[in-house]
Design a binder for this molecule. Structure first.
Ligand SMILES: [Zn+2]
Length: 855
C-alpha cells in the first residue's frame, strides 16, 4: 500500500489544480457527490488490488493490468477527494455576498487591531478583527467577515490630523470606527499580479476605508489589551529603530527605513529613492522577507549552531554525544528561522517557506533515508494541502525552487571538508586548540566558497522562473544579487537583528549598509541593466525549468549539458506579432487612468502611461513595464496625451525601461518628464507609417496650445488605420477597413469633440478609447454618431470617486448600438485590427471563482 502513496499525492495535486480552474465554487451537493465518488473509487481500487493478487491471475498478463487499474482508481479517488475538500473550504470562507450588499454605506464597527499598522504615504493599513457592526444610519446590526483589512487615509486639512491619531493605534487595542467597505477588487492584466487571488488565499474578503472627516464621528479608542503580543513587540522595536536612527542621521537620504524593513518586514519604511535603486538593480526582493531570505537564514543558523555544537565537543562536554550535531543544527536552524519569520510579519510567503522547511527537518530527524527529491516532493505536497492557492503564485514557486536548489545541490564546503577529513582524520578528534586556530583561514575561505556556490545554484535555478513569471532577466541584477544577497542576508541583517538586544548595533548595520548602497548606485548607472524577453508558453517554460534543475545535478557533464539546451528554448522564444499592415491593442487595466499598448509587425507604441498609485508605486512599474516585457515589446514611441497624473503617473518608469522610446506629448517644455528626455509636441496633421499601418494626430492644433485652456483640452488625439494601400476601392470592403482602425482620444471634452467634428477629420472606427474615462463632460451624441465604433473601451477604476463612467454616457453609447466595456468589469481588453469585430476581456477569458463577481 505504501508504494501507492505517491499516486495518491499526485492525484491530490491534480485535483487541486483542477479546482483552481473553476469559474464558480461548487455547492454542497456537488461537494458531497465528489466525496461519494472518492469512496466508490477507493473500493474499486481495493477490489482491483485484491484481484491482481488472486492466484488464478498469477503470472498472467491480466495481473499487471489490474494493478494498473487499481493505481488509476486510487489516483482519481485522491483527485475527487481534494476537489471536494478544497471546494468545501472555499464555500466556508466565501463571505463576499455580505460585503457586496453594503458597499458604499457607512458602517460602525467595533473590534480589535490585529496587526502592526503599516504606514505608507497616504495613510496606515492594518488587519482588524470585527466584534460588532451596525449601520450608522439605522443602527441595525449586521454580519461582517471576521477579518477585514482597513485603510485609514490622511484627509487633507483634517484639523487635528489623522497622523496624530495613528500614533495611538496599537495591536491589541479595541477601537470603534465608521467604515465604508469595498469588495476585494484588483487590476487584471494578462500574466499580471492577481491581487484578488492573493487576498483570497489570506482569507481577506473585504477592505474598508476609515471615515474620519468632519461629518463623521471621530475614530475612538475604547481599550487596550495584551493580545497580539508579537505585533506589539514589533511596534515597540519599530519605534526604537526610528528613534535610534533618525536622531543620528538626517532623515533625508538616510537608509534607516531599510534597517526597519530587514528587521521586521516593514517595507513601508523604505524611502522612494531607495526603492527605485533596488528595483533598478533587481535586489528589491531582498527587502521583502521572502522565501529565499528565510531559507538562507535557516541555512545560516543551522551552520552556526552546528559549529557551536562541535566546539562544545572539543571542550569536552557530553552534549554532543547525547544529541548529534546535525540533528541539533537543523532543528535549531529551522526554529530560529521560524522565530525570525514570525517577527518579520508572518506573511504568506514566510509561512509557506517555514512549513516546507519543517517538513524537510521532520523527515530527516525521523531517520528516514529518503532520496532528497522525495523529501522535496513531500514538502510540496504538504504545502499544496495546506494552501492550495499557492500553486498559482509566483512567490511560492520561487521559494520552492530556492529551497530545492539549496537542498539538491551538494554543498561544496561539505565535499571539501570530507576530503580534508579523510586526508587528516585527527583534525576533528584533536582536543588541542592549536590545529583549530590554524584552520581558521581555511575555514573562512571554505565558507566563502560555499556561499558563492549556494548563490550560484539558487540563481541558476531561479533564472528560468524569472523569465516565466516576469519576462525579465537583469544583467546587472545577477551581479548585484551576487554581492547584495550575502551582504544583506549574512552581514547587515544579523547585525540589525542584534540591535534588538543592544541598540547601537542598528547604527552599525546602517554603516555596513552604506558601501552596498554606493555600489548599487554605481551599478544602476550601467547600461542594459534589464533584459526583457517575451514570456514563453507554459510547456516551454517547464522545459527550461527542467533544464535549470538538470544543470544543478551532480551527474556527468555529458548529461548536464542538455540542461543548457533546455534553458535556451526559453531564451529563444518569440511572441507572435501582428502581420504586416495590421496592429493590435492592449487596453491595460491600470485603474483610474489611460494606458494602451499598440503593436505592429515590427514596432510598438504606448498611448499614456496610467496613474501613480502612491509615492512608491505607479502603473508604469506595477503594470505596464511587466506587461510589455512579457509580450517582448520594446517601445519605439511613447505618447502622453496630456499632463494629468492619471496619464503620466507611470511615464518615468516606462521611459527608464524603454530608453529608445521617443516621447510625443502636449506637455509643457518645463515639465519634469521633459528633463528626462526631449518631448516632441503632438500636432494635428502629423502622420507616420509603421509596417503598413498609418498613424495620424488629429488634435491639438497649434491654436489650441496658444489658447492656454485646460490640460484636458490639449489631449493628443491619435488615429490608427490598418493597411491603407487597399483603401481606395469603394463599397463594403472600405467599410470593413474603417473597422480596422482605432481612435485614442485622452481626456478631450465636448468643445474639443465639436472642434474635431467641425474640421471633419473624424471617421468611423473599429474601437474607441472613450474620452475622459466616460465622464459626462464628453462623448456627445454627434461625436459618437460620427465615430460609430464597434467597440468603446472605458478605462477607469472600480468604484472611483468621480463616478466614471457616468451612467448617462453608458446609456448613450448603448442606445446607439455601440458595445461598451469598462475596465473594472473587463480587466485588460485585447483588440486586433485583423478581427475588429472581436474584443477579449481578461476577466472573461480567465475567470476564476476567487475573482470579483458583480452579482
Ligand atoms: Zn484622465
Amino acid at each position: 500500500m505504501l508504494k501507492l502513496t505517491p499516486w495518491m499525492a499526485i492525484g491530490w495535486v491534480l485535483g487541486t489544480y483542477l479546482q483552481l480552474q473553476q469559474e464558480e465554487i461548487w455547492q454542497a451537493k456537488a461537494i458531497l457527490l465528489s466525496a461519494v465518488v472518492c469512496l466508490v473509487l477507493c473500493a474499486c481500487a481495493w477490489a482491483l488490488h485484491k484481484l491482481s493478487l488472486a492466484s488464478c491471475f498469477e503470472n498472467q498478463l491480466t495481473s499487471p493490468m489490474f494493478r494498473m487499474l487499481s493505481m488509476v482508481s486510487l489516483l482519481t479517488a485522491a483527485a475527487a477527494l481534494s476537489l471536494s475538500i478544497v471546494n468545501a473550504r472555499c464555500l466556508l470562507q466565501d463571505h463576499r455576498q455580505l460585503v457586496r450588499d453594503i458597499e458604499g454605506q457607512d458602517i460602525r464597527v467595533t473590534g480589535m487591531v490585529a496587526s502592526l499598522p503599516m504606514q505608507n504615504t497616504h495613510g496606515v493599513r492594518f488587519k482588524f478583527e470585527v466584534h460588532a457592526a451596525r449601520f450608522e444610519e439605522t443602527h441595525a446590526p449586521l454580519k461582517l467577515p471576521a477579518w477585514v483589512e482597513l485603510n485609514w487615509y490622511d484627509r487633507e486639512g483634517g484639523g487635528m490630523g489623522d497622523a496624530i491619531a495613528w500614533g495611538d493605534l496599537h495591536p491589541g487595542d479595541t477601537w470603534q470606527f465608521v467604515v465604508r467597505f469595498k469588495a476585494v477588487h484588483g487590476l487584471r492584466n494578462p500574466g499580471g499580479f492577481d491581487e484578488e487571488l492573493w487576498l483570497w488565499a489570506q482569507g481577506v474578503m473585504a477592505t474598508g476605508a476609515v471615515r474620519s472627516g468632519k461629518s463623521h464621528s471621530a475614530p475612538q479608542k475604547l481599550s487596550a489589551s495584551g493580545s497580539f503580543p508579537i505585533s506589539q513587540a514589533r511596534q515597540f522595536i519599530r519605534s526604537q529603530i526610528a528613534m535610534t536612527l533618525v536622531s543620528v542621521d538626517p532623515p533625508a537620504g538616510s537608509h534607516a527605513g531599510v534597517i526597519a524593513a530587514l528587521v521586521m518586514g516593514d517595507q513601508g519604511a523604505i524611502q522612494h529613492a531607495d526603492w527605485d535603486l533596488f528595483r533598478a538593480t533587481g535586489v528589491a526582493h531582498l527587502m521583502s522577507i521572502s522565501g529565499l531570505h528565510i531559507t538562507l537564514w535557516a541555512w545560516l543558523f543551522a551552520k552556526l549552531i552546528g559549529h557551536l555544537w562541535r566546539w562544545t565537543a572539543l571542550t569536552g562536554s557530553a552534549l554532543c554525544l547525547r544529541w548529534p550535531a546535525p540533528v541539533v543544527s537543523t532543528w535549531g536552524g529551522v526554529s530560529l528561522a521560524t522565530l525570525y519569520a514570525l517577527f518579520a510579519g508572518w506573511g504568506l510567503p514566510a509561512q509557506r517557506t517555514v512549513l516546507m522547511l519543517w517538513v524537510i527537518v521532520f523527515v530527516q530527524s525521523l531517520g528516514l533515508r529518503w532520496p532528497r527529491i522525495c523529501v522535496w516532493a513531500l514538502a510540496f505536497w504538504v504545502l499544496v494541502v495546506w494552501d492550495p492557492w499557492a500553486l498559482l503564485q509566483a512567490g511560492f514557486w520561487l521559494s520552492f525552487i530556492a529551497v530545492g536548489a539549496l537542498m539538491l545541490g551538494t554543498p561544496l564546503h561539505l565535499s571539501l571538508r570530507t576530503k580534508m577529513r579523510t586526508s587528516d582524520p585527527e583534525l576533528v578528534q584533536e582536543n588541542d586548540a592549536k590545529p583549530l586556530r590554524l584552520n581558521m583561514g581555511t575555514s573562512i575561505w571554505l565558507g566563502f566558497l560555499a556561499l558563492a556556490k549556494e548563490q550560484w545554484v539558487v540563481m541558476l535555478a531561479l533564472t528560468p522562473l524569472s523569465i516565466l513569471f516576469f519576462g525579465q532577466v537583469s544583467g546587472v541584477g545577477i551581479l548585484a544579487n551576487f554581492i547584495a544577497i550575502p551582504w544583506v542576508t549574512w552581514v547587515v541583517t544579523p547585525v540589525a537583528m542584534l540591535g534588538m538586544l543592544y541598540s547601537p548595533f542598528w547604527q552599525l548595520a546602517l554603516i555596513l549598509l552604506q558601501p552596498l548602497m554606493g555600489l548599487l548606485e554605481m551599478m544602476a548607472e550601467l547600461p542594459g541593466s534589464v533584459w526583457n524577453m517575451p514570456v514563453p508558453p507554459l510547456a516551454i517554460a517547464a522545459v527550461a525549468v527542467l533544464g535549470g534543475l538538470l544543470l544543478l545535478q551532480t551527474w556527468p557533464w555529458a548529461i548536464r549539458c542538455w540542461g543548457i539546451l533546455f534553458l535556451l528554448t526559453a531564451f529563444l522564444w518569440q511572441e507572435p506579432r501582428p502581420s504586416h499592415g495590421h496592429f493590435d491593442l492592449w487596453f491595460a487595466d491600470v485603474g483610474q487612468g489611460n494606458a494602451v499598448v499598440l503593436r505592429t509587425a515590427n514596432h510598438a507604441l504606448l498611448y499614456d502611461a496610467g496613474p501613480a498609485y502612491s509615492e512608491n508605486s505607479d502603473a508604469g512599474q506595477k503594470v505596464l513595464v511587466p506587461l510589455m516585457s512579457r509580450m517582448g515589446v520594446q517601445l519605439d514611441r511613447l505618447v502622453l496625451s496630456h499632463r494629468d497624473l492619471d496619464h503620466t503617473g507611470g511615464a518615468k518608469a516606462v521611459m527608464e525601461a524603454h530608453p529608445n522610446a521617443e516621447v510625443w506629448s502636449s506637455l509643457e517644455t518645463d515639465h519634469p518628464l521633459a528633463k528626462i528626455r526631449p518631448v516632441h509636441a503632438c500636432l494635428a496633421g502629423q502622420k507616420w507609417q509603421w509596417d503598413g499601418v498609418q498613424f495620424e494626430f488629429l488634435h491639438p492644433a497649434p491654436t489650441d496650445y496658444q489658447a492656454k485652456s485646460s490640460s484636458n483640452a490639449i489631449s493628443c488625439v491619435l488615429r490608427i488605420d490598418a493597411h491603407q494601400e487597399g483603401a481606395q476601392s469603394k463599397g463594403p470592403q472600405q467599410i470593413e477597413l474603417k473597422m480596422a482602425s482605432a481612435l485614442l482620444v485622452g481626456d478631450i471634452e465636448a468643445p474639443q469633440e465639436i472642434s474635431l467634428l467641425q474640421r471633419s477629420v473624424l471617421e468611423p472606427v473599429g474601437v474607441l478609447l472613450v474620452p475622459h474615462h466616460g465622464s459626462q463632460t464628453s462623448s456627445t451624441e454627434s461625436f459618437i454618431g460620427t465615430v460609430m465604433p464597434q467597440w468603446a473601451v472605458v478605462q477607469s477604476a472600480y468604484r472611483n470617486r468621480y463616478g466614471h463612467p457616468a451612467p448617462k454616457v453608458v446609456e448613450r453609447y448603448e442606445s446607439m448600438g455601440v458595445k461598451l466595456v469598462a475596465s473594472p468589469t473587463c480587466g485588460a481588453a485585447y483588440w486586433q485590427s485583423a478581427q475588429p469585430e472581436k474584443l477579449q476581456c481578461e476577466r472573461a477569458l480567465r475567470k476564476r471563482y476567487w475573482h470579483y463577481q458583480s452579482h
